[in-house]
Design a protein around this ligand. Structure first.
Ligand code: GDP
Ligand code: IMO
Ligand code: MG
Length: 423
């Protein structure tokens, strides 16, 4: 049985915290897409970690963690990540498995990412520059290199061919600011270390685990509005971030998926370029950024902030078939006298509840409902019943609008600042 946890907005919803929180209910935690563009933060016992490629179950004893075939892996970043966790998880090598089918991010993929962004000028995507787009492009273009390929005799020849092709592309973009030799030295050293990890046919391993009645948590990266198919294209990432991506990204059949948990912040953030209908380019936006520490976990970039967008949230609940909602970071909204949520858009004078096909080229005017602020304190310690009525009104509004229960409420970055509702 596979449950899925994924972001319903533009990423950074708090997937790392909640995946770690839920892990004790599972035997395996698996990443199914994305790569080191992700930055998943976890806090417990006074310690803080940011994971990029490693699943967020790694800190729980006895849990297997799988980097699935749908993930793209940069050996340099993965090894740096292992370095950050190895004192906390001395047994990581026994519990971290990597699919042989996961594609490798090569140094020239990263350079291509930078070259492509530089060539776009103001129209750049605002990518994390981790080489994600070029690696997925080679994957679907059938010229990518997989981790398992690094074990084959002809790997170096194939690597050289690929790099030659990349260098032509980089030259055609007029990009020269790189030192490939330096990057390649680091890459091949890290690749040798990566080969010492458990490289597996993870689709067999996962399906055998399912047959044995084990429970698997599939941990999404990015968010549904960054999905390559249904996100705010072209300002998206290059993978399927939706629940549907679990099947191809891990090799499990749709019927094995039991429950989909959708995570959202009680406001919105976005990092990088692209449309953001409820964006607040004012003092309130700045306040949310400051109070919510809205700076990228991977890149440190300031995140754009705005009110909750129910039109987008309803869309992504639909696309993912969300069974239960998890609401994050409402504590950030303490002391704000009035809270707003967009309930519809006006487009060309017409009110609509749908996200337009081309959000980028459409003038969208959000229509807001205003709520009384939640007061000075929102604290997990008294449980749900002790929460202020104004906050409960906000919760009821969201649940009724999305026709989906909010099962978990997170009121702080730490593992234990979490309320689970058993209705
Ligand atoms: P992810 O990419 O979805 O895992 O999210 P990130 O880790 O990039 O960003 C979420 C940020 O919010 C991190 O800094 C978390 O430590 C923090 N965080 C998570 N949940 C809460 C919460 O309920 N309240 C507050 N104030 N911070 C939270
Ligand atoms: P987590 O898992 C927020 C954004 C980038 C950029 C776009 C494309 O931490 O939620 P890419 O490097 O993927 O080609 O960038 O997607 N982006 C994220 N934004 N959280 C993430 O991951 C993101 N991963 C990519 O900022 O706009
Ligand atoms: Mg993040």
């Amino acid at each position: 049985m596979v449950d899925v946890i994924l972001g319903l907005q533009w990423g950074d919803e708090g997937k790392g915290k909640i995946a770690d929180f839920l892990t004790p209910q599972y035997d395996i935690v698996a990443r199914f897409q994305g790569g080191p563009n992700a930055g998943h933060s976890l806090e417990f016992e006074g310690k803080k970690f940011v994971l990029n490629t490693i699943p967020s179950g790694i800190f729980r004893k006895g849990i297997l963690n799988i980097i699935g075939n749908g993930v793209v892996v940069d050996p340099i970043r993965l090894l740096a990540e292992i370095d950050r966790i190895k004192d906390e998880c001395p047994d990581y090598a026994e519990r971290l498995l990597v699919s042989k089918k996961a594609h490798l991010i090569l140094p020239t993929h990263r350079i291509l990412d930078a070259a492509s962004e530089a060539s776009k000028g103001d129209a750049k995507i605002g990518s994390t520059l981790r080489g994600i787009g070029p690696t997925y492009r080679d994957k679907t273009g059938r010229s990518g290199l997989r981790i398992g390929d690094a074990l084959e005799a002809d790997f170096i020849d194939r690597y050289k061919q690929t790099v030659e092709m990349h260098l032509t592309q980089i030259a055609s973009l007029g990009y020269t600011q790189f030192n490939l030799q330096e990057e390649e030295t680091a890459f091949f050293a890290a690749l040798e270390d990566l080969k010492k990890l458990q490289l597996v046919n993870s689709e067999y391993l996962i399906n055998e685990a399912i047959q044995q009645g084990k429970k698997i948590l599939a941990e999404g990266a990015q968010g549904s509005m960054l999905d390559v198919e249904f996100g705010s294209y072209p300002f998206v990432t290059s993978s399927t971030t939706l629940a549907g991506g679990v099947c191809s990204g891990l090799g499990v059949a749709p019927k094995q998926i039991r429950k989909v948990y959708g995570i959202f912040k009680s406001y919105c953030t976005r990092v990088g370029g692209g449309p953001f209908p409820t964006e607040l380019n004012d003092d309130m936006g700045e306040l949310l950024r400051k109070k919510g520490h809205e700076f990228g976990a991977t890149t440190g970039r300031p995140r754009r902030t705005g009110w909750l967008d129910m039109v987008a949230l309803k869309y992504t609940c639909m696309l993912n078939g969300v069974d239960e909602l998890i609401m994050m970071k409402s504590d950030v909204m303490c002391d704000i006298p009035e809270v707003k949520a967009a309930t519809s858009y006006t487009i060309h004078g017409e009110e609509t509840n749908q996200v337009p096909a081309n959000l980028c080229s459409t003038d969208v005017l959000p229509n807001y409902r205003t709520f009384t602020g939640f007061g000075a304190h929102l604290d997990h310690s008294g449980g749900f019943d002790a929460l202020p009525d104004s906050f409960k009104d906000y919760i009821t509004f969201i649940e009724e609008n999305l026709n989906t229960p909010i099962r978990v409420i997170s009121l702080g970055p730490e593992r234990d600042k979490t309320i689970v509702r058993n209705k």
